[in-house]
Ligand binder design. Sequence first.
Ligand SMILES: Nc1ncnc2c1ncn2[C@@H]1O[C@H](COP(=O)(O)OP(=O)(O)OP(=O)(O)O)[C@@H](O)[C@H]1O
Length: 335
Amino acid sequence: MNIGEQVIEVSGLRRRYGPAKGEDGFEAVRGVSFSVARGEIFALLGTNGAGKTSTVELLEGLATPSGGRVRVFGHDPYRERARVRPRIGVMLQEGGFPSELTVAETARMWAGCTSGARPYGEVLEAVGLARRADVRVKQLSGGERRRLDLAMALLGRPEVLFLDEPTTGLDAEGRRETWRLVRELREGGTTVLLTTHYLEEAEELADRLAIMRAGRIVVSGTPAEVTATRPSRIRFVLPEGVPAARLPLSVPAAVHGRRVEVRTDRLQEALTELLLWARREDVELEELDARSASLEEAFLEIAHEGGADDLPDTGDGGSDTDGTARLTGTGTGAR
Ligand SMILES: Nc1ncnc2c1ncn2[C@@H]1O[C@H](COP(=O)(O)OP(=O)(O)OP(=O)(O)O)[C@@H](O)[C@H]1O
């Protein structure tokens, strides 16, 4: 095993549905570039329709790009499918297993189609479905079906695991169980690429992540790097009789009656200044709350702010110079 090896490499990736450029087609992926190192968990985030699934399907070799390049283990996953498929595990957004089969029958059938499959009882155990082995797929709950999808993706001991919204429909406990399993897989050296709508999931699992909007990556980096692109916030309520104009802050504050909100890139400095002033002036700041931006706040701002959505569809088949903010100083970053 090659530590630091880039097992997924994507550059200028494009995917168009329908007729080619100039006609009625729709370009869902518009020049996406990133790479994932062996053993990393990489999360693709974005609002509905941002292009996550369209991108992941290209990596899984389910379709061929209309532009750009994708390599998994250095191979084209579509044209060199036989070299790539045995080494990857795929959990699609909807598994679509025959509903009349039981869990065990499904697993046996799937194991029969998987090269080097491990005993299926092991994977059912790992996802907590061993006791449901004799239940028909159609009788499983939504969350149990998701877990069956995951179990089948794990059958071939994949080196790279693609998880498309793996915990959608799971309750809080099921979600945490899945996170634990994914972490264990990473510890065993598995590389994971996941899409998710749960920011907590990305925060919990991802070594690095990318936020997509309208077919492009708008920001990428570690969760900490992504949140650091957004200002921190200090909130408090001024006591009666203390006008906001007396505040010493060098950064602008939003004032609504007695409520004050300060947004700053230098949280410690602004907070120190504020607290020293409050002590000097003997002012008690009520409901004082100071915090860095959360991934959720960063996501909501990044995913919804205008810009890329309005960019013309150039259709030039490869450019990734799309204003993407890249936060990758540590070697394995999205590129
Ligand atoms: N087969 C298709 N034909 C035409 N357009 C499609 C097709 N599949 C997806 N699209 C469009 O491509 C865009 C991206 O879809 P995609 O499913 O990749 O987004 P996503 O980020 O995975 O969304 P979600 O979070 O809802 O799963 C959407 O506008 C979608 O309507």
